[in-house]
Write a protein that binds this ligand. Structure first.
Ligand code: UDX
Length: 478
């Protein structure tokens, strides 16, 4: 590259590690800092904990070429840096607002260590006004704070970094914006140069828009079910309109993951705190919760041992409290608590019913369980009394944090053996090619709830299974 820069990246999570390794692959000199000494040790040995294609190779190549270093010493990492990236966690805090504790702590820690005139870049998704807040915390008039949000998808992070749709840079100073844009020059991507508040809003707006599309399509699926229409065909029809497009319109068990829920809630809080009305936000979040409730009711209606079963499955009354279920928790599909106002005790019970769950991660191609819609559905089924046995190709170990909720097994067959029905919750492609005849023989009733519309209904029918998808004609169920 024309000009290699000296870069520090603070935080080596999904975003930080991808940013550091990719910038190093572009020829920059990158020092990545993380407060976790074990993580730093592993990274130095080229061991990457997250499931992200090409990332381990980039980490090892970067170290071998001397372009990438790891340190536990945050202060030392910024020595000599021209650009310092904050890639810190901004989890959902109290009331849904983004928790900026890590950003604040690091700002304070490196305040005096930052080289004169360097640029600090917020890459973490942060509330509007955070660039200004960090600038105030640093109290260094020689330093410009720039907002440069990331739009990486888990499982495609390296690809998305190296082939971005756009690069968004928000800065009050043109020179600082140019310096950050220069880091990405080899990528030849469209650059949107703007002010910091606009860049910060752009990130939230992107994730909110995606969540809104998913809530839309999940509602659309319900409409299709009502009229025995096929949501896949309706979406195909919509997708040909270039103003709509086909992407992000696959119905599923609700949206989740580490970004969409956190960012929509944070934006909602931003709007509420600033007195800005944005009713679509609340509707998008509520729709997700209601959609999951509806899916669970479908399973309960069919799998409940009989009508009029006592409604004794209240959260907290089950053997072992459900992880994450907190009485009075703010309604959220992701908080784990009963979120439809049903208290988990409406219509029918699943006591004595074992269900097989296929897939637990929030989407295929990742081992990430954060805010997984599969877990949200599992919690609701468990609240209704079901025993849950789950198989996920990315999770081989037992998970003590989930042991009150479900049992993880290491083959799909072990999950379905003796189960009342099978529920597909993550779209792992290998589920398509399971031995469905064997599954039919192992289930006590031949029903598969395909909450990803992943499987071929005809294939399942041939195996003697009743297929139940989302928003597709239930007449297809054999
Ligand atoms: C998302 C954004 O896509 C990315 O731009 C941003 O930077 C971070 O958040 P990610 O969290 O990796 O990325 O997940 P994504 O692939 O967007 O999926 C989010 C959720 O929507 C998952 O639960 C997924 O299963 C669901 N989804 C996605 C659907 O149900 N249907 C679809 O058509 C697409």
């Amino acid at each position: 590259i024309a000009t290699a820069s000296r870069v520090a990246v603070i935080g080596t999570g999904y975003v930080g590690l991808t940013t550091g390794a990719c910038l190093a692959s572009l020829g920059h000199h990158v020092v990545c800092a993380d407060a976790d000494p074990h993580k730093v040790d592993r990274l130095r040995r080229g061991e990457v904990d997250i499931l992200e294609p090409r990332l381990p190779e980039l980490v090892r190549d970067g170290q071998a070429s001397g372009h990438l270093e790891f340190t536990q010493d945050t202060k030392a990492s910024v020595a000599g840096a021209e650009v310092v990236f904050f890639c810190l966690p901004t989890p959902m805090g109290v009331g849904g607002a983004a928790d900026l504790a890590a950003v604040e702590a690091v700002s304070d820690e490196i305040r005096t260590a930052l080289p004169h005139g360097c640029v600090v870049v917020n890459k973490s998704t942060v509330p509007v006004g955070t660039a200004e807040r960090v600038a105030a915390l640093l109290g260094r008039p020689d330093i410009t704070v720039v907002s440069n949000p990331e739009f990486l998808r888990e499982g495609h992070a390296v690809h998305d970094f190296l082939h971005p749709d756009r690069i968004v840079i928000g800065a009050a100073e043109q020179e600082a914006a140019r310096r950050v844009a220069g880091l990405y020059a080899p990528l030849d991507a469209p650059v949107v140069l703007t002010d910091t508040a606009s860049a910060e809003i752009a990130k939230y707006a992107a994730n909110f828009f995606l969540a809104m599309k998913l809530s839309f399509v999940n509602n659309l699926a319900t409409l299709c079910e009502h009229f025995t229409a096929d949501v896949d065909d309706v979406v195909a029809a919509l997708g040909h309109d270039p103003r709509i497009g086909p992407a992000f319109l696959k119905p599923g068990p609700g949206w989740g993951g580490s970004c969409l829920p956190k960012d929509t809630h944070a934006l909602l809080t931003v709007c509420e705190e600033s007195g800005v009305e944005f009713p679509l936000l609340r509707a998008t979040i509520d729709t997700n919760v209601e959609h999951q409730s509806r899916l669970v009711e479908r399973v309960v209606a069919e799998c409940s041992p009989g009508p009029g079963t006592p409604h004794d499955a209240r959260p907290g009354t089950l053997p072992g409290a459900l992880p994450g279920a907190q009485p009075g928790a703010r309604p959220s599909a992701l908080s784990g608590g009963p979120s439809d106002g049903s208290g988990g005790s409406a219509h029918g019970s699943l006591h004595g019913v074992t269900l097989a769950l296929l897939g637990l991660t929030f989407k295929a191609g990742t081992s990430d369980l954060r805010d997984s819609p599969a877990l949200a559905i599992a919690r609701r089924l468990r609240e209704r009394g079901a025993e849950l046995r789950a198989y996920d190709p990315a999770l081989s170990e037992t998970r003590p944090d989930l042991s009150d909720l479900l049992t993880i097994v290491d083959t799909p067959e072990k999950a379905v053996e003796g189960a009342r029905a099978c529920v597909v919750l993550t779209e792992w492609p290998q589920f398509r090619d399971l031995d469905w005849e064997a599954v039919a023989g192992l289930l006590t009733a031949p029903v598969v709830y395909d909450f990803r519309n992943l499987l071929d209904p005809d294939r399942l029918a041939r195996a003697g299974l009743s297929w139940q998808g989302i928003g597709r004609s239930l007449a297809m169920v054999s």
